[in-house]
Design a protein around this ligand. Structure first.
Ligand SMILES: [Zn+2]
Length: 255
């Protein structure tokens, strides 16, 4: 069975370069061209998007992802959700509502900001089915089941959601992991982790914070994501411990 995880985008909320063409410390390297954070899980026939960044349409096209069975959301911020509008063709293709998973807070916010996705309006049918996640949940298709565990992480003023499945954890936006969530993060094969900047930041891990967590939980491999313009790909590659790598758009692995 094909089981593949893909980083669709690994940039911060502005992407790189920014719309103004500002590129900070980033050298000329295709791996420094970063779209906004999203990821994809292929689990046999089951196709799951993690977040719908503003770049999601091109991310799907570039990675040749042609089906979608569910979306799981880490939180409600615009760089994780505003591409939700692009997902409508999968409702038409599947001829059924797209199941959407997130915390109570995230689902509530999505219903408020993207009302048309969840409620019938002016004859337009709702295209998504909201599901509030608590701890363990399952995504099923035919005879396959993908089990995913959700847990809270602190992301500045809000709680965001981290996800773990098959010893892979995805935490794209986080400045602190509460003790009771930490227990989900031991014995990981892969950790995909927020690492916004070199400097400290009130709502994200910086490089030092990310490496500190890696020391504590010791995953086999860590992939740093949500990278801002001060974090050059080659600089990170050269200076990180051997089991920690910077993400780039399109990075994928089989599991
Ligand atoms: Zn955020």
């Amino acid at each position: 069975m094909k089981k593949k995880f893909t980083i669709l985008g690994c940039g911060s909320s502005l992407g790189s370069p920014w719309i103004t063409n500002y590129r900070g410390n980033l050298k000329k390297n295709i791996k420094n061209i970063r779209t906004r954070c999203s990821a994809h899980i292929q689990y046999g026939d089951i196709s799951v998007a993690i977040d719908t960044s503003p770049d999601i349409r091109n991310q799907f096209l570039k990675n040749k992802i042609k089906s979608l069975d569910a979306i799981i959301y880490t939180h409600e911020h615009a760089d994780q959700t505003s591409g939700i509008f692009e997902m409508r063709p999968f409702y038409w293709k599947n001829n059924k509502k797209i199941p959407v998973y997130g915390s109570h807070r995230t689902i509530r916010a999505l219903k408020k900001t993207h009302t048309y996705c969840f409620y019938e309006r002016f004859g337009y049918k709702p295209i998504m089915k909201p599901n509030v996640v608590k701890n363990l949940f399952k995504i099923k298709k035919k005879n396959k089941t993908l089990s995913i565990k959700s847990f809270d992480v602190i992301h500045g003023m809000i709680k965001a959601t981290g996800y773990v499945f098959e010893k892979i954890a995805y935490i794209s936006d986080c400045n602190r992991i509460p003790k009771k969530s930490l227990k989900n993060l031991y014995n990981l094969k892969y950790l995909i982790l927020d690492c916004l900047k070199i400097k400290k930041h009130p709502s994200h891990f910086n490089l030092e914070d990310a490496l500190e967590l890696v020391e504590i939980i010791n995953p086999k491999k860590t992939i740093l994501t949500n990278l801002h313009t001060d974090l050059d790909y080659d600089y990170l590659k050269k200076n990180l411990p051997s089991n920690v790598v910077p993400a780039y758009d399109g990075l994928s692995f089989n599991f």
